[in-house]
Design a protein around this ligand. Structure first.
Ligand code: IPE
Ligand code: IPE
Ligand code: MG
Length: 260
């Protein structure tokens, strides 16, 4: 179907595949997982890294091309300082331990978020991992750290304005080009574990047309089977992108491609 001359990115209709190309996850529930076992909250974060390792494997096996995970929000600095310190150390240790394995598995690693608040050693480890894996294409793994959706949009708008200082207005394409996920298609499937049904300032711009899936499963318990449930739910959805259900049926009957 023709696009009718719209230029808005939310009007251009992506090709819909059975397996989502891009999955974005809020990995929530680590603290509650630990508390249920009378363990300190941080034990949940350690187990959370293991759950992420298993999820990366499962995502590759299912042919998903982009995995974006929320590891630390710009609001998480409000947590007790011992927990923040533990999380930073866990991040750096996990990176050091996993980076060669990520590389061997053809995974391209990126971090999105404001790195300026991180220790120089962590920033260096991130940059090294990004550089090492820069040519990999099997899976694009992106970790959102000190990330906030509003920060991302505002940074992009300011960058777009700086490039066009005389412009009275900037358009969606100019902003989208400056967003931290400018290299990826928008997420097809969003998963939040831990039972809360909110976005918590994750990819606000990019989630405009994403299918949302919430599960009570706590992040350390998330695995391939839990991922399959989320994908099965996704496959039952009808992604209309503003069109009517009838339009989709007639498109399918005439075998027309579903991208604009
Ligand atoms: C998510 O688990 C991990 C981070 C935010 C770093 P939580 O630590 O938020 O776990 P709950 O929500 O308290 O159970
Ligand atoms: C969101 O989880 C951020 C991450 C999982 C990293 P939170 O547990 O911090 O979210 P809220 O505060 O409950 O919304
Ligand atoms: Mg939480």
């Amino acid at each position: 179907m023709a696009d009718g001359g719209f230029t808005s990115s939310t009007q251009s209709i992506p090709e819909v595949k059975r397996v989502p190309r891009h999955v974005a996850i809020i990995m929530d529930g680590n603290g509650r997982w630990a508390r249920k076992r009378f363990l300190p909250r941080v034990a949940g974060h350690t187990r959370g890294v293991e759950a992420l390792r298993g999820t990366i494997r499962a995502v590759i096996e299912r042919g998903i091309e982009y995995l974006t995970v929320f590891a630390f929000s710009s609001e998480n600095w409000r947590r007790p300082s011992e927990e923040v310190t533990f999380l930073m150390q866990l991040f750096i240790k996990s990176l050091q331990k996993e980076v060669s394995r990520l590389h061997e598995n053809g995974i391209r690693f990126r971090v999105i978020g404001d790195l300026s608040r991180f220790e120089p050693s962590l920033v260096q480890a991130i940059l090294n991992a990004e550089e090492l894996t820069a040519d990999n294409t099997r899976l694009h793994l992106t970790v959102a750290a000190n990330y906030g959706g509003r920060w991302d949009v505002l940074t992009a708008v300011n960058r777009a304005l700086a490039k066009n200082p005389t412009a009275h207005a900037i358009d969606e394409d100019a902003v989208a080009a400056e967003l931290s996920m400018n290299f990826a298609p928008e997420p097809d499937l969003f998963i939040r574990t831990g039972g809360e049904q909110r976005i918590s300032n994750f990819l606000l711009w990019q989630l405009a047309y994403t299918e949302l899936y919430f599960t009570e499963t706590l992040w350390p318990d998330f695995d391939g089977a839990a991922l399959d449930k989320a994908i099965a739910s996704y496959q039952e959805r009808e992604r209309r992108f503003g069109r009517t259900s009838e339009q989709l049926t007639s498109d399918a009957e005439s075998d027309a491609p579903c991208h604009a």
